[in-house]
Design a protein around this ligand. Structure first.
Ligand SMILES: [Zn+2]
Ligand SMILES: [Zn+2]
Length: 320
């Protein structure tokens, strides 16, 4: 017998079938990233050309995992939860969430990890020293600029380490939420937990989410579902194309849109079970070069690599 579903039932069915959200896994999120950064930066791997940088970021990711284990900021109150649901706003909005001052200690922990790592470029070491010496009001201002991606106010050399501290804080919050607490946003291009742009997308291969594509938040590592062959920037579905480096890894491609001329990387876990959005995006800079030459802009940057406004301008000029 054929069963006919009413529209409401179809929605309920779809919701049950596709996990809408994948909240970050507190015990493994940064450790997996560290492992992947080292793997991709090894001789012969795709990120070999920037291997030293990937190894430095792996040391930072290890420090993030260690810091996360003891980081327990206060979770949203009932009032904050209700407000988020009433207004359809991200629950822990990056730009407006009241950070507890304890987050600043995380900056010190990230900088200590850089100081302890071997083969650190002098620029990175000095950037960390400057960061540690910043008085709290300036540190808070730098964090605000980063979270708002306000390029002109960001000190780019220090930005990856500051961002690393903020990631720990936001993952500490996001990983203790339940999917029911998180509202579905009208705009599917932003993280429903913190309102940040995604770094890349990933087609998952595990049993729970097999074959479904998720956008991965650059700040809190939450993943939210987006149907495949859809632009993660403008949600257009026409003229989507996929690009890869000839002879390069099959697990990483760039998904471009001819309506808004942007692209983001898309990773395929079935081709490589170890893909990790932040690490693989960073390690595939050659693909960014290819896309820039083809006239496409990145949808958003990598949280562990910041460019000066002048570098951004040069890139956008070369892409037009
Ligand atoms: Zn987020
Ligand atoms: Zn688009």
């Amino acid at each position: 017998m054929r069963r006919i579903l009413e529209p409401g039932q179809i929605e309920a069915f779809a919701e049950g079938a596709i996990p809408r959200l994948r909240l970050p896994e507190r015990t493994t999120v940064f450790a997996a990233r560290a492992r992947r950064l080292r793997q991709q930066g090894a001789p012969g791997a795709p990120g070999q050309a920037i291997g030293a940088y990937l190894h430095l970021m792996a040391a930072v990711a290890d420090a993030q995992q260690a810091a996360l284990e003891t980081c327990e900021p206060a979770l949203p109150t009932a009032t904050q939860l209700a407000r988020s649901h009433t207004h359809g706003m991200p629950l822990i909005h990056a730009g407006s969430w009241p950070r507890e001052r304890t987050w600043r200690a995380l900056v010190g922990q990230m900088c200590a990890a850089v100081a302890a790592a071997g083969d650190v470029p002098p620029g990175a070491r000095e950037a960390c020293e400057r960061l540690r010496a910043l008085p709290p009001p300036q540190l808070e201002a730098q964090a605000d600029a980063l979270l708002a991606a306000c390029a002109d106010a960001i000190e780019v050399a220090a930005a990856p380490f500051l961002m690393a501290a903020l990631q720990v804080y936001w993952v500490a919050l996001a990983s203790r939420l339940t999917p029911e607490q998180v509202v579905e946003l009208e705009v599917s291009g932003l993280c429903p937990v913190c309102g940040t742009l995604p770094v890349a997308s990933i087609v998952r291969a595990d049993e729970r989410s097999q074959g479904y594509r998720y956008l991965h938040c650059a700040l809190c590592a939450t993943e939210w579902h987006l149907v495949r062959i859809t632009c993660s920037q403008c949600q257009g579905t026409a003229n989507i194309a996929y690009h890869s480096i000839e002879g390069g890894a099959e697990a990483v491609r760039a998904e471009s849109c001819d309506a808004c001329h942007t692209y983001r990387k898309i990773l395929y876990q079935e081709k490589d079970p170890n893909v990790e959005p932040v690490a693989d995006d960073l390690a595939s800079l050659a693909l960014d070069l290819l896309m820039s030459e083809a006239g496409y802009h990145r949808g958003s940057g990598n949280p562990l690599l910041w460019q000066t406004p002048a570098e951004r301008r040069a890139e956008s000029l070369s892409a037009t």
